[in-house]
Design a protein around this ligand. Structure first.
Ligand SMILES: Nc1nc2c(ncn2[C@@H]2O[C@H](COP(=O)(O)OP(=O)(O)O)[C@@H](O)[C@H]2O)c(=O)[nH]1
Ligand SMILES: [Mg+2]
Length: 287
């Protein structure tokens, strides 16, 4: 049996927990390329995922779960040919990723996971990424000194942040910079896509890589020039399909079930698709 390891990379509030919960609901109740094989006897603690799904069934957003509960979540899955695999799904607090960036240091446990992982899942929530696209043109226009420079200096432009972080992680994982990367395979999921982009009439979406290129051009060109094209995929992800609040009771979730909410936009664009497992299936080579 295969035991592919994926590393989930995403900042705080990028949607990692809700994606995990929705993925669990899908593979269990409405399987696509991957389905849950809970009776296989794999010792896996699914209580964190159950808890997220339970909140969603009540139409509200999940609580913040502690990092410990998540550390060893293991999904016993099978593809449609019956090939079994145990997918490790560690959901580190997004804060830890920030720390790696700020301290320029990677804990040993992370280093070995980054090195061993078959694929990296990078969650980027475009709406909350800060860029300063006007800064350069303003430099040439303004004669008066700005008074908000200190505030700007305190925040990295998201382009610089992600490129720097990726370089750091690649270095730590021992991935050379000379040839384009084939391993780790990289899936970029533009999360909470419902709040960022809209479809053309008839629900046809543009390829998500265009959104990445428009919003974070430096990240987009770094990724596209460093990964081999068959080792890279860029998706739009809306795990929930809409915003949810902690104390809410969203009726569509209650009436139709969470497994009927949420969608992905495949790399080539087009209509939304319900199979949230597709980007992961791609990473582990299931077609
Ligand atoms: N609009 C929208 N909001 C989402 C979606 N997924 C998660 N959220 C919201 O984004 C916030 C952060 O999500 P969470 O999964 O806890 O992020 P994490 O910190 O990366 O684990 C929560 O308030 C969620 O309700 C989505 O697909 N669409
Ligand atoms: Mg979380």
């Amino acid at each position: 049996m295969r035991t592919p390891e994926l590393v989930l990379l995403g900042g705080p509030h990028s949607g990692k927990t809700h994606y995990a919960g929705q993925l669990y609901g899908r593979v269990r109740r409405r399987p696509g390329l991957l389905r849950l094989q809970a009776d296989r006897g794999t010792p896996s603690n699914l209580s964190a995922l159950e808890e997220v799904l339970r909140c969603l069934e009540e139409g509200r957003a999940a609580e913040h779960t502690s990092a410990d509960t998540w550390a060893e979540v293991l999904l016993p899955l099978a593809d449609k040919h019956g090939n079994a695999m145990d997918l490790r799904w560690p959901d580190y607090g997004g804060e830890q990723l920030r720390q790696v960036f700020e301290q320029r240091a990677v804990p040993e446990a992370w280093r070995s996971r980054l090195t061993q992982a078959e694929g990296w899942v990078l969650l980027i929530r475009l709406k909350s990424e800060t860029t300063y696209s006007d800064a350069l043109s303003e430099l040439t226009k303004r004669l008066e000194p700005r008074n908000d420079t200190t505030e700007r200096a305190a925040h990295w432009d998201a382009n610089a942040y992600w490129v720097e972080l990726l370089q750091l992680l690649l270095h730590v994982a021992g991935v050379g910079q000379i040839a384009r990367h084939r391993r780790p395979r990289l899936a970029v999921l533009l999360s909470c896509y419902d709040e960022f982009a809209t479809a053309d009439s008839g629900q046809v979406w543009a390829p998500p890589r265009q959104s990445l290129a428009n919003h974070l051009p430096l990240v987009s060109s770094f990724i596209e020039s460093n990964w081999a094209s068959d080792a890279l995929t860029i998706w739009g992800l809306s795990a929930l399909g809409r915003p949810l609040v902690r104390n809410g009771a969203e009726e569509t979730f209650i009436d139709e079930g969470p497994e009927n909410q949420g969608w992905v936009i495949p790399p080539e664009g087009g209509p939304p698709e319900p199979d949230l497992s597709r980007p992961l299936a791609w990473l582990v080579g299931v077609r």
